[in-house]
Structure formats: C-alpha cells, structure tokens
Design a protein around this ligand. Sequence first.
Ligand SMILES: [Zn+2]
Length: 432
Amino acid sequence: MTRKSIIIFILFSASLIFAFYYLIKEKTHTYDLIIKEVNIIDAVNHQIKPNKTILVNSDTIVAILDDFPQGNISDNTKIIDGNGKYISSGFWNMHTHVCWKPNLNKKLFPILLSYGITGLRDMGGRLDILNQFKEDSKQNPSSLPTLFGAGPIIDGPNPIHKDFSVAATNKNIDKVLDSLYKNKVDFLKVYSLLPKTTLETIAKFSNEKNIPFAGHISEFTEPIEAVRLGQKSIEHFNGMDYLIKETDSTSLKSFTNALLKNKTWMCPTLVIYKRKIDIIEKKDLFKPLYDDLDVDLKSEWQYALNNSSKSKDNLSQLKEDYNAYKKLVKWFYKNDVNLLIGTDFAGMPFVYPGLGLHEEMQLFSDIGIDNNDILKMATYNPAVYFGKHKTHGTIEEGKKADFVLFNENPVDNINNTRSIFSVVKNGKQLVE
Ligand SMILES: [Zn+2]
C-alpha cells in the first residue's frame, strides 16, 4: 500500500465507524413510558385491539405499534409489561362531592386514582376548596385526578344544604352568577328548590356567557322545561316519577325527544337508590375501605345508619322506585340518550370513593346495558361532555396518557373493572 492509499483506508474506516456509531445512536429512542403487548379496549367502536405497544412521551401517547419499537430504548424509559392485560382510558366519576374539607384531596384523591378514576366532576361544595383542589391537581397532574367543579349549589331562598348553597332569589341572582363566573367555576349547579323564574335567569346567563348549568330538576319546573332551557345534565330522577307512573308513555317519549334534541346528558346515579334500600336493610354497608375514610364522613354515615329506622321512607316504596328507575335508565339507553356514570359520593352515605363507580357500572350491566357502552360512558362520554374528546377519552395517538390496566377483560364481565393491575395518570405509573 502506498502512503496515500493508507491514508484513504484510514479515513474510509473512520467514516464507517462514525456512520455505524451514528446509526446506533440514532436508534436509541427516549420514551418516558412504554406499555408493551397490551390489549387496548376501544369501547367506542366495540373492539379489542390485541397486543399493541403504547409509547408515551411526557403526558401524551406518541405512537401505538404492533411490535416493540426497533433500536435501543433509553435506560430511563419505564416499561410496563402489558402481556395478557387490558387497558382502557381512565375513568371519570361524573357526580361527586369532594370539596367540603380543606386538604381532603391529599388522602382521598390517591384512593380514587387507585380505582382507576383519573377525572372528577364535582357537583357542589365550597368554592375556595374547589379552587385549591383544582390548583393542586394542576400542579401535580401525575398524582391527582383532573377536577372540574361547580363550587356552591344554587338553590332557592331556603336551600336544602345550607352549608354548600347560595340562596338565590330573583333579586340577588345576577350578583350570584357574576361572582361565580368571576371565580371561574366550570359550570353552575342548579338545585331542587329553584323558582322557575330564577332558573330562567340562570339559563339566559349560561347562554350569554357560554357557561353550562347542570344539576337537579327543580320542584318548580317540569323536567322537559329544564331540558328546553338548555340544562346540560340532569342528575338522579328528581321530578321524574310522573314519567314512570303514567300508563301511556306520551310524556316519556316527548321528554326523551327533548333530551335528544337538546343533547342533554342524564346522570342517573343508580347506586344511591340501591344504597337507600341497603341502609334500611342494614346490609352490604361496611367495606374494608371504611377504616381509611375521613372521620367526618364516617360519623355522617354512622348518623344516617342510626337514624335509618326513624326514616319516613317506606322500604317497599323505595324498592318500587328503584326498579322503575332501572327501567328508565334502560329506556334512555335504548333510545340513545347520552348517559354518564356518577355516584354522588359524599352526597349519599355508604357510597364509597372509587369503589362506588365500579358498583354503578355493575348496576348498569345488571340491567342489560352493553359492557362496551358502559366503559364508553365512564371514559369517552365525559370527554365529550367537557368538549375534550380530541385529547381525552380514548387510547389514540396524540391523546393524554391517562390509563387503567386490568388483569381481566371488563368487556367480558363488568366486574373485571375491579381487577386493576395498574393506573397511569398524565404519563406516570401510579399503581403497580
Ligand atoms: Zn350530588
């Protein structure tokens, strides 16, 4: 070899080594989280997508692959082996009351997350606590559920829950609404004793300011009127007994048509009607979770239990109502009314945090609602409700990494929502 060809050889080899090194380096990928070989539940399309690998960067799904990604994976990547497991978008409890005690979120919210609940709609509590909890969730999005809330309940001049309500009259309603709006509540919670004219003022404000109002049907308003005024969701079955009792179902049909036309959501909270019966029958009330509950909540539940025998509620009437409400939920489902899963946690004694949502899903399944649709109601529907379905509610590229993983398939049996293997919030694994 000439001196010149030796130099060329060395240069050639060096560039090969460099290129090879670069190729290797290029193939070292950094992801924050990889969930490999997992079965994705696509509840919206009633499909299972088997053996997929989900790649997450920060709080977002960046890709969903058929195989584990080629090349080297950074040592910092957290890998969850999803083999044989099922994964769903995180659950939302769409009717809770968590904003009644400062710092309650510190102990309660991790319990909710451990049950796969990554989002909450708070249906009434203290405004300062709501704002604090929302701030906490914003600061710690990987360890606390996302929270939307109403702050205080807007009720009539003599509110049912004095502690957490504003007593609204036609005189003060404008001030009340302005103040809630300025305090950036996510929606307005309307309640059972609102005079019709006050509700009309709220509806007008809601429309002008583009802030939803949701809640109970007032005793002074026909359900169909509330729907026509634009109430975004109806909680429970207050004021709806006439829909069940009448023999011909003309009213039910026109009410249902109004719900569909106005895209009104129904949040039945079936579990509260079951629990009313359980409390009188004193059955199925104490679960292991009881010991960990907040002390004030426990004494409230105990008080309710002690006084249940004095209750004016008639057991056979409660059972009759419960059966009628179950039929009504089935009717709404069959007629494509938008349904939500909520439990009224802390509004109804012995409805447990976290667990209650799984019970509600079970009650929906018991009345013959398709399990895929139930999972959709607990994941995708809330995203649509909040207008966040482009970023939340399903497992797709570009969406938020809020997941719950199950050992068993909940589509086969809805009770399998309780077989939680792991929970991921904002791209971080919380429960192992
Ligand atoms: Zn409630």
